[in-house]
Design a protein around this ligand. Structure first.
Ligand SMILES: Nc1ncnc2c1ncn2[C@@H]1O[C@H](COP(=O)(O)OP(=O)(O)OP(=O)(O)O)[C@@H](O)[C@H]1O
Length: 754
């Protein structure tokens, strides 16, 4: 309320008067209409630009008294903090609250003793002739002092800049999804008010704070320590003193004019950092508020492409075999069960891996201890003679790198009917090998599919492939940016491995897995260290230098094969023509990189030597990775909200229509629980004027958010027989819900609810 209280002594200056030279409240203004003097005139202007804010900020706001109380609704973007806060604009005024049909209300309800506590925006002064009767006004919804000023029914703020941003959080995200915005149904239960059209939730209890215009909201920033705050003591000026008549009023002399103010008006909060105490969906631009929410609204759900990718991975992780059809696969191997082969069975028992001189088989399997899925690589017919090599395995187990498939454990087993050694790695569902992604198409590069290949000649690094039609030129070559993306990732992995005193030794297109668009990981690390372990060698790492040099050569071969789009390119006989192809089609840097890795083998080189050749392309990789991370985080933010609403619904579901609790069939049908049941109907069972189901996701989500927030807005709930209507606030509903759920938690053995 801003009108002057008769008989009250005016102490503080009317800043509206100071700014504009006039005040529409005239004599009724509760603040002094007095020119503060030439030295002070511009100070409030700076402090409240556009003249939009005064000590009674609802002046000119179009909002009724008590609905624009402290002007927080008109947060101004240029409040001396342009660089520290997002740009905000007022919530659109045209958002009107729906008024229920009179016949829907209990005619016996007394008029609200505080009719201005809710209602549509209107001109200042007495109003609310159309306000709902409020028989819940006695409800204690008191809020802390610093939360009192903003009226929960007023418009909130929309960060202007964020409505165009995909990755930034938006305070206006849920702004306006009025349930009746498209086709207001005359359903038997109707919503009466919106909290500024913004559904949101708060972590505070409904009594403590309904989650509106929180103390840490951007709205409150006007009260923070602005550098141009005229009420702050400046050097050379006497310190502010408190008013003897009113100890809470501070008196300060600025430029010869005495200012009176209350310290709470200008209490800095978190030094300008603003933390809302509610949660809501990010990324919903305000104009969506008037649209009906479609099932695939991107503001609520992740894009289909990402969703399908994740669902696909889930499905692949959960895939199982029918044990009856695969009798050779044991049910359990050590701590792993649900074995599922990741490759076709070998065509003959003698078929060996293209990389290792043993037969190997890959399975996905579930660990019985942690329930997670891993990739098991069984090396057939291998007896571990000496466990000394396990010291190197321990080093590999500690190697965590975003471009390396981490080794989890190694064990020997007879579960397959022979002596096998099993290497367990992280599992990446849907991953394929670099070989199958780029070199497996026979018609493209003259190389046979790995699965159909019986010859050890397909080992890319063995150099045994004899037939060669020459690398394909021009057409079908990979983009250079993709090759550099691979180079950066592979060299990063090698750099970490070499720095840890290890060597990869399995740098081969079949031992590099690739997933998503271009995400690479070195696979099968540590296997060679076990298979070729020489127990007579006193120092197991004696050949490290040699192996590391081999890694660099292998990297050079991979890059050359990628550039020529053929593994044939690395044949000694073809090297010359391959390099010519590279020189013709790619940059000098790429050619030099390959040359450096494949030549100079007589002098020791390190992986770091190639960093200058990669040069600024690192930035491209970094940018891409960060962009991807931004996108994923943005999607994650939506799912956080979805998770919150899911938990809310789970809890509500445990309460509603529960017949057996305490052997009392009425438990969930009476009292507070009855209200929750009707609220559940209100959420999901709306009908239009013809009795047809009215299904609106916006209504459900918005109502749930208000419910979660415990806002004081009221709704009408109608009994199923349509004989009675109950007016209840979301705050009360939330109290009922929490009490009922706590009762359940106490009586039962809840699990997984938090
Ligand atoms: N850690 C892993 N996560 C997910 N899939 C994997 C993993 N490791 C391997 N795979 C998949 O298992 C399959 C077989 O991998 P493997 O390394 O045996 O390839 P390969 O071409 O058959 O090589 P080799 O000739 O040595 O058997 C490939 O499809 C590969 O994508």
């Amino acid at each position: 309320m801003t009108s002057a209280v008769p008989g009250t002594k005016k102490t503080a200056l009317c800043r509206y008067f100071v700014n504009t030279g006039s005040c529409i409240y005239g004599d009724e203004c509760q603040f002094l209409h007095q020119n503060p003097g030439p030295g002070c005139l511009d100070i409030p202007q700076k402090h409240f630009p556009n003249g939009s804010v005064s000590s009674h900020d609802n002046q000119g706001s179009g909002l009724p008294d008590g609905m624009g109380g402290n002007g927080d609704q008109f947060y101004s973007p240029s409040f001396g903090m342009e660089n520290s806060v997002p740009d905000f604009q007022p919530f659109p005024r045209q958002r009107q609250m729906q008024r229920p049909q009179r016949s829907m209300l209990n005619p016996n309800m007394p008029p609200s003793p505080n009719p201005k506590s809710f209602g549509p925006p209107g001109p200042p002064g007495p109003r609310m002739d159309n306000a709902l009767p409020n028989d819940f006004s006695a409800l204690n919804l008191s809020v802390p002092n610093n939360m009192k000023a903003p009226n929960p029914m007023v418009n909130e703020f929309i960060p202007k800049s964020l409505s165009h941003s995909a990755s930034s959080p938006s305070f206006s995200s849920f702004a306006g999804m009025p349930p009746m915005s498209t086709a207001p149904p005359t359903s038997h239960i109707r919503e009466i008010h919106f909290i500024a059209g913004i559904p949101f939730s708060t972590n505070t209890s409904p009594n403590a704070s309904p989650g509106l215009s929180p103390s840490g909201s951007p709205l409150m920033m006007r009260r923070t320590g602005s550098p141009v705050n005229p009420f702050r003591q400046s050097a050379g000026q006497p310190p502010p003193s408190s008013n003897s008549k009113n100890p809470t009023t501070i008196q300060e002399n600025v430029g010869g004019t005495t200012y009176f103010y209350s310290p709470e008006d200008f209490t800095p909060q978190y030094d300008g950092i603003v933390l809302p105490n509610f949660s809501m969906y990010p990324g919903l631009p305000p104009h969506i508020g008037h649209m009906k929410v479609k099932a695939n609204m991107p503001q609520f759900y992740m894009p289909d492409e990402l969703k399908m990718e994740i669902l696909n991975r889930h499905a692949l992780t959960l895939a199982q075999i029918d044990p009856a059809h695969c009798p050779d696969i044991p049910r359990e191997v050590d701590n792993y069960h649900n074995l599922f082969p990741l490759e076709p069975p070998p065509s003959s028992p003698m078929q060996k891996s293209s990389t290792f001189s043993y037969s190997t088989t890959c399975y996905k399997a579930v660990n019985t201890k942690d329930g997670l899925t891993y990739c098991m690589r069984r090396v057939h017919g291998f007896r571990l003679a000496n466990t000394k090599c396990m010291s190197i395995i321990d080093m590999w187990k500690k190697m965590y790198h975003p471009n390396i498939v981490q080794l989890k454990e190694v064990f020997t087993t007879k579960a397959f009917g022979d002596h096998s050694i099993v290497f367990v790695y992280d599992f990446y569902p849907g991953a394929e090998t670099l070989m199958s992604r780029h070199f497996s198409n026979n018609t493209l590069n003259g190389y046979m599919h790995p699965f159909g290949m019986d010859s050890p000649a397909r080992h890319f690094s063995s150099g045994k492939v004899s037939s060669m039609n020459g690398p394909r030129q021009h057409a079908g070559l990979l983009p250079e940016s993709l090759i550099w993306a691979y180079v950066v990732q592979l060299s990063s992995a090698l750099r970490a491995i070499h720095a840890a005193g290890l060597a990869c030794r399995a740098l081969d297109p079949t031992k590099i897995i690739i997933y998503s668009k271009s995400r690479l990981r070195l696979n099968c690390v540590g296997i060679f260290d076990v298979l070729t372990f020489d127990q007579n060698q006193p120092n197991p790492l004696a050949l490290l230098q040699h192996y590391q040099q081999e890694d660099l050569v292998s990297l050079g071969k991979i890059v050359l094969a990628l550039a020529c789009n053929s593994v044939m390119a690395i044949q000694r006989d073809n090297l010359q023509s391959s390099m010519e192809l590279v020189a013709r089609n790619y940059s000098a840097d790429l050619k030099n990189l390959i040359l450096y890795l494949l030549t100079n083998q007589n002098r020791p080189r390190t992986i770091n030597d190639i960093m200058p050749m990669i040069g600024a392309r690192f930035y491209t990789q970094l940018d891409a990775a960060q962009l991807r991370s931004d996108v994923i985080e943005n999607e994650l933010a939506k799912e956080v909200e979805n998770g919150r609403i899911f938990r809310l619904l789970c809890k509500l579901g445990t309460i509603c229509e529960r017949p057996e609790f305490n052997m009392d069939p009425q438990w969930s049908e009476t009292g507070d629980r009855y209200m929750l049941k009707l609220f559940r109907d209100y959420l999901f069972h709306q009908v239009d004027e013809n009795g047809a189901p009215w299904v609106d996701m916006a209504h459900v989500v918005q109502s749930l958010n208000k419910f979660d927030s415990g806002v004081p807005e009221k709704i009408c709930l109608m009994s199923r027989d349509e004989q009675s209507v109950l007016v209840v606030s979301y705050a009360e509903l939330k109290q009922f819900y929490e009490a009922a759920f706590n009762e359940l938690m106490t009586a039962g053995q809840p699990s997984g609810f938090s």
